[in-house]
Design a binder for this molecule. Structure first.
Ligand SMILES: [Zn+2]
Ligand SMILES: [Zn+2]
Length: 327
């Protein structure tokens, strides 16, 4: 198999030829059809997430076909299309696993971070964390659902029954979840990096009611704000834009420091929340919902060997929607 491998943080990925991995008991081997490039991959490659298995094959938005089935796996058949998300394994017995919060498991494995992921022609995954996907359709447009979509969905759910929603940072997650929110009858206001007209136009083309620079006030007070940009300075701005009792939900795994701010921005029962990982229930829920919605997926496709270029384009904000690697 071929894989793009991170040897150590802050170095380019290297194309390697490796023997095909053999799935162990409970595992599936997949022939990868597409793998999304997520901002979290950038945090791994750039050393901002500090505990990767090294060397590591990044990538946790894997769409693949079952290629080999390990012992004791039931419910999957050869050639079936499945998706593999960030949550790669949980212990099943810690207090979090025992209370339906496996996203917070004390002893988890994460795809493309602490177990090898999908920047490759083949990948092995724990079958209990693989999800059936539609058999037909373009795998590149399914891949971003597996993290940008799932984490976006968990972020949106944590905002509660909000109608007027601000979305800060209009990348892959925002472009999916804005469409989901609009389909649910919510009004979405997009906040983009100051001066990024292309991102503002992109948000409007997807149905956002308005799009403005992230340092501008909202056109109407928000019931909730979702922050996908890894920029801590957005937290006080989003709180200031949010109504009494509203929620500001940080959807990313890493963010620059949050500057100090007056307590008045938080007072009046505003809530400041973060999203960590996902549960399998989130995945089942969202992967069932997504095909029922008129989602328009915007992807930028790269051959597997160009993974470093995809990461660079994401880092520099040069793409709209989601980057996807095609092996
Ligand atoms: Zn656990
Ligand atoms: Zn991700």
């Amino acid at each position: 198999m071929k894989a793009m491998v991170l040897q150590r943080p802050n170095t380019p990925l290297v194309l390697e030829e490796r023997p095909l991995p053999i799935p162990r008991a409970g595992e599936l081997r997949l022939k990868v059809e597409a793998c999304g490039v997520c901002r979290t991959d950038l945090h791994v490659v750039d050393g901002e997430l500090t505990q990767p298995k090294l060397p590591i094959i990044p990538g946790h938005e894997i769409v693949g076909r079952v290629d080999a089935i390990g012992a004791a796996v039931t419910g999957f058949s050869p050639g079936q299309r499945v998706g593999v998300p960030w949550l790669g394994h949980t212990c099943g017995h810690c207090p979090y696993c025992m209370s339906a919060r496996e996203n917070l498991c004390d002893d988890p494995l994460f795809t493309g971070y602490t177990r090898d992921g999908g920047y490759a022609t083949h990948a092995v995954a724990d079958a209990s964390y693989c999800f059936p996907l539609p058999e037909s359709g373009d795998p590149a447009t399914l891949a971003p659902l597996l993290c940008a979509g799932l984490i976006g969905w968990r972020t949106l759910k944590m905002a509660g029954p909000a109608v007027v929603i601000g979305i800060y940072g209009f990348g892959a997650a925002a472009h999916i979840i804005a469409q989901v929110a609009i389909a649910q009858g919510k009004r979405v206001h997009a906040f983009v990096r100051p001066g990024d007209q292309a991102a503002a136009d992109f948000a409007l083309s997807l149905g956002a009611a308005s799009a403005q620079d992230s340092d501008a006030p909202p056109p109407e007070p928000l019931d909730a704000a979702l922050i996908f940009a890894p920029v801590g300075a957005l937290v006080p701005r989003a709180l200031a834009a949010t109504k009494k009792g509203g929620a500001v939900v940080c959807g990313g795994i890493h963010m620059s420091d949050i500057p100090s701010f007056p307590y008045a921005l938080l007072w009046e029962e505003r809530r400041l929340l973060s999203v960590a990982n996902l549960t399998r229930e989130d995945a089942r829920e969202f992967l069932a919902l997504a095909p029922t919605l008129p989602l328009k997926m915007h992807t930028a496709r790269y051959p597997l060997a160009k993974a470093n270029e995809a990461l660079a384009d994401l880092r520099e904000g040069r793409l709209q929607g989601a980057a996807v690697l095609i092996p």
